[in-house]
Design a protein around this ligand. Structure first.
Ligand SMILES: Nc1ncnc2c1ncn2[C@@H]1O[C@H](COP(=O)(O)OP(=O)(O)OP(=O)(O)O)[C@@H](O)[C@H]1O
Length: 271
């Protein structure tokens, strides 16, 4: 991890009083492995926060807990003050949580447009849309959804590929497609899992630009990212995890100079 220059602290939209997402004392045990170990984190309305830590620190597991694809062994998750730790992913989406995955897996044989439409039902792409798609009635019956999907494809610069099967997309384009799919559900809070990983520099700039625009629209964003330059450009605050636990937090410049953080990345920390 390279040290980074000082950056502006919080973005203008951040309202530090309003905690949109608050996880407290979260534990996730996989057999003998405690992947998340009494971790707490809060995301305020309009904030964009980086979540960093060495490989295996528990960042993606924490995302899975926040998004509802895993149930915590113990601990609390509140969204807008409501306890949701036991709720299923569909309920989290309805509560305004959207997430992207480290490795996007679009439906390879469906078109780019159809992949975005999947997001209007739910993020797992279950039931109703697949029925529509089989019967080929999407454009007729869900005109508004199609219009919205097209405008989101425009937002992520994929309009020209809307009729192509998703398998033709590059890794970076798949990340953009996933962003559009997730935005179909109008999330208030967005969890981004390594949006820069494996993305070429040109598309990376586009992703950064779009993430900034989403935050500018008031969306709260939690960003897992190993690219510290990107974290420094986007985030006023960074939370560091190591061995499943909260290690420290602060500005990108502060944490990148922090000795315990550097040691954690070198695998030398015991927490
Ligand atoms: N479903 C699972 N079953 C068993 N162990 C798991 C499971 N998911 C994650 N783990 C383990 O939990 C630990 C934390 O993994 P996690 O993917 O959350 O880390 P991470 O910080 O996201 O790492 P990376 O930066 O490499 O993506 C790792 O040791 C991982 O092998």
């Amino acid at each position: 991890m390279q040290p980074v220059a000082d950056t502006p602290s919080a973005l203008p939209h951040a309202d530090r009083r309003a905690e949109l997402v608050k996880a407290q004392d979260l534990v996730k045990q996989f057999g003998g492995l405690r992947a998340v170990d009494h971790m707490s984190i809060a995301l305020h309305r309009g904030e964009m926060v980086g979540l960093i830590g060495p490989n295996g620190a528990g960042k993606t597991t924490l995302f899975n807990l926040l998004a509802g694809s895993l149930t915590p062994t113990s601990g609390s998750i509140r969204i807008g003050g409501v306890e949701v730790a036991q709720e299923r992913p569909e309920r989290r989406i309805a509560r305004g949580i959207g997430r992207t995955f480290q490795i996007p897996r679009p439906f390879a044989e469906m078109t780019v447009l159809e992949n975005v439409l999947v997001g209007s039902q739910n993020q797992a792409g279950e039931h109703i849309w697949s029925n529509f798609l089989r019967s080929g009635r999407v454009a007729v019956q869900e005109r508004q959804a199609v219009e919205k999907a097209r405008s989101l494809l425009d937002f992520v610069n994929l309009s020209s590929l809307e009729a192509e099967p998703a398998r033709v997309l590059s890794g970076g384009q798949r990340k953009l497609l996933e962003l559009a799919r997730m935005l179909m559900a109008d999330p208030e809070t967005i969890l981004l899992d390594e949006p820069a990983a494996g993305v070429n520099p040109t598309l990376l700039e586009l992703i950064i630009d779009r993430v900034l625009e989403l935050n500018g629209q008031g969306k709260s964003i939690l960003l897992i990212e190993h690219n510290m330059d990107m974290v420094a450009r986007l985030c006023g605050r960074v939370v560091v995890m190591a061995a499943g636990k909260f290690l420290t937090e602060g500005s990108p410049a502060k944490v990148s100079r922090d000795r315990t953080v550097i040691e954690a990345y070198l695998g030398e920390v015991t927490v």
